[in-house]
Design a binder for this molecule. Structure first.
Ligand SMILES: Cc1cc2nc3c(=O)[nH]c(=O)nc-3n(C[C@H](O)[C@H](O)[C@H](O)COP(=O)(O)O)c2cc1C
Length: 193
């Protein structure tokens, strides 16, 4: 049974002044407390930003960041009832790294909590042979409910988010272990139609 479970968080917004940094910091802390080894992939990083125009060096850099991960957590806001375009472009820029690996979602937005972005991304990851987690963590109207350290200040939101994260972490661990074992038993590409 695998002990080190490497998770890459992918930030879903590159907007200046983005709330994403706060939600990502909270997510990272929660996953680390559950025993995951976590790295963060920031599409606004100058080395990754050129992915948006298909720069091959930037895409290769993304591959080196994502390939070692056993699973991914996408932290995404909702833009016009879907996921941000730059996140979709990042996802579209690579293929092999997603295959037969779990992808979980932490989302945020208005009353929807970003869930429409999550649902828009599910068929995208299915096409890429990734396994999306049914359970997610979502924040509806999160503005002003985090302090500067990324802690949730609203008790109701904190309790709900921590309960959702406990389930989410359990599911993520299960899928990481299951798919690590499955890929070791038989290369996924060989089995694919
Ligand atoms: C172009 C655009 C479209 C948006 N559309 C939605 C939407 O459909 N539903 C929603 O809940 N929030 C929507 N929002 C609000 C975002 O969820 C909110 O601004 C969020 O903080 C963006 O994430 P960020 O601060 O990390 O960039 C939209 C924001 C932008 C900029």
């Amino acid at each position: 049974m695998k002990t080190a479970r490497n998770i890459a968080i992918i930030q879903g917004s590159i907007r200046e002044g983005r709330l994403n940094d706060t939600i990502t910091a909270w997510t990272r802390k929660q996953l680390e407390a559950q025993g995951f080894t976590v790295s963060v992939v920031d599409p606004a990083d100058p080395q990754l930003l050129p992915i948006q125009t298909g720069d091959t060096d930037a895409v290769a850099h993304l591959q080196t960041l994502l390939a070692p991960a056993d699973g991914y957590v996408v932290v995404t806001p909702e833009f016009n009832h879907s996921a941000p375009g730059q996140l979709k472009t990042l996802i579209d820029s690579i293929k092999a790294e997603w295959k037969a690996k779990p992808v979980g979602f932490v989302s945020y937005g208005g009353i929807s909590g970003g869930l429409r972005a999550v649902e828009a991304l599910r068929p995208v990851f299915a096409e890429l042979h990734a396994m999306t987690l049914r359970d997610s963590v979502s924040f509806a109207m999160p503005w002003g409910k985090f302090d500067e350290q990324g802690q949730i200040t609203d008790p109701q939101m904190r309790d709900g988010a921590e309960a959702a994260m406990a389930v989410f972490g359990d599911r993520l661990r299960w899928w990481v272990d299951a798919l690590v074992a499955a890929r070791a038993m038989e290369p996924y590409d060989k089995a694919a139609a």
